[in-house]
Design a binder for this molecule. Structure first.
Ligand SMILES: Cc1cc2nc3c(=O)[nH]c(=O)nc-3n(C[C@H](O)[C@H](O)[C@H](O)COP(=O)(O)O)c2cc1C
Length: 311
């Protein structure tokens, strides 16, 4: 699914807790945007206002207040990405006067959001999104607004894991809705094509060899093990996780509370790489990859499924 991380952020002077002025080399929202981009491997796009705000922080705050009070649409530099081609946009901004900075409104009004999903994220001095979500919905009513995340600006570096887990979970849950793992009937060539596609993508994008298995009604219908068999037992563990839970193994990592039955069970694996093989919505087996990092294993399965579904 084509996505982009679009953000506005100010470097330079900002207020830290205790009303202390600090000088940032990189704005907090910019840092958060980079964390998201690190897990989604997508375009990172900055919204840059044409005007130059004052380097004096208190004066800058007043300039932004004036824009807000006059409901201005300050000009922005051309956006360096094909937003029309994206299905999903992670949209990040600092909270300015309890809503989005006015140049973000300018950005939003440049596009047709029909059929697109927006995942908002904000950094703030304490009031989180405040009115931003409401204003986002009003500005682009055609877009589907997904679960956002608010982080305190000065805490952004401590929240890296939370930010990355949230971004990846939201992305992945949307992708699963596309039912790329659901087929009309079982065909051997689907299993074979899946395996070949995984090898091709692993070699091209990850430069790694992986282990692959497709199981259908308890029969291994495709399997590929590289020369190094160490770690081959992960295929068994992921297969068992999918069979016992009926869900992707990555799902058990993100929602452990829902899968108590396999917690502490060493014969299962609660991380990515196992995806149910559905026939008309019914669980019949699993597509499994191991050898990369856990989100990457899951991503690889989904990329291969998307590719064979397209052809
Ligand atoms: C013009 C302006 C208005 C702000 N208004 C608010 C506000 O209403 N509520 C709040 O919690 N923080 C407010 N802040 C603090 C910022 O949201 C916070 O410092 C943010 O993390 C800055 O992100 P950045 O470094 O990416 O620009 C404001 C900051 C600026 C510059």
């Amino acid at each position: 699914m084509k996505t982009a991380v679009v953000f506005l952020s100010m470097k330079g002077e900002t207020i830290a807790p205790g009303m202390k002025i600090v000088n940032l080399e990189k704005g907090y929202t910019n840092i958060m945007a980079e964390y998201i981009q690190e897990v989604l491997h997508n375009d990172l796009v900055e919204i840059v206002p044409e005007r130059i705000y004052s380097t004096d922080h208190f004066q800058m705050i007043n300039e932004a207040k004036e824009e807000f009070e006059n409901n201005e649409r300050p000009a922005i530099q051309p956006i360096n990405a094909d937003i029309d081609a994206c299905e999903m946009i992670f949209l990040g901004f600092p909270n300015w006067w309890a809503t989005m900075p006015m140049p973000v409104f300018t950005f939003l009004e440049q596009y047709d959001w029909t059929g697109k999903k927006i995942v908002p994220f904000v950094t703030s001095g304490g009031s989180g999104f405040a009115h931003a979500i409401e204003d986002l919905k009003k500005t682009c009513p055609e877009a589907e607004i997904l679960e956002g995340l608010a982080v305190l600006g000065h805490e952004v570096e401590n929240e890296k894991k939370k930010i990355q887990d949230w971004a990846w979970r939201v992305y992945q849950e949307e992708e699963m809705k596309k039912n790329l793992n659901d087929f009309d009937s079982f065909k051997n060539e689907d299993a074979l094509n899946f395996g070949l596609k995984v090898c091709e993508i692993a070699e091209r994008e990850y430069k790694r060899q992986v282990r692959i298995r497709v199981v259908y009604d308890d029969v291994i219908v495709f399997q590929y093990l590289t020369g190094d068999l160490v770690g081959g037992e992960w295929l068994d563990k992921k297969e068992k996780t999918v069979k016992k839970t009926g869900k992707s193994s990555i799902c058990t990592y993100y929602h452990p509370e829902e899968f108590k039955e396999i917690q502490g069970d060493n014969s299962c694996a609660m991380f990515g790489g196992g995806v149910p093989y559905l026939i008309n919505g019914e669980n019949h087996g699993a597509f499994i990859v191991s050898g990369l990092r856990h989100r990457e294993d899951h991503d690889l399965v989904m990329k291969a499924l998307e590719s064979i579904k397209k052809n």
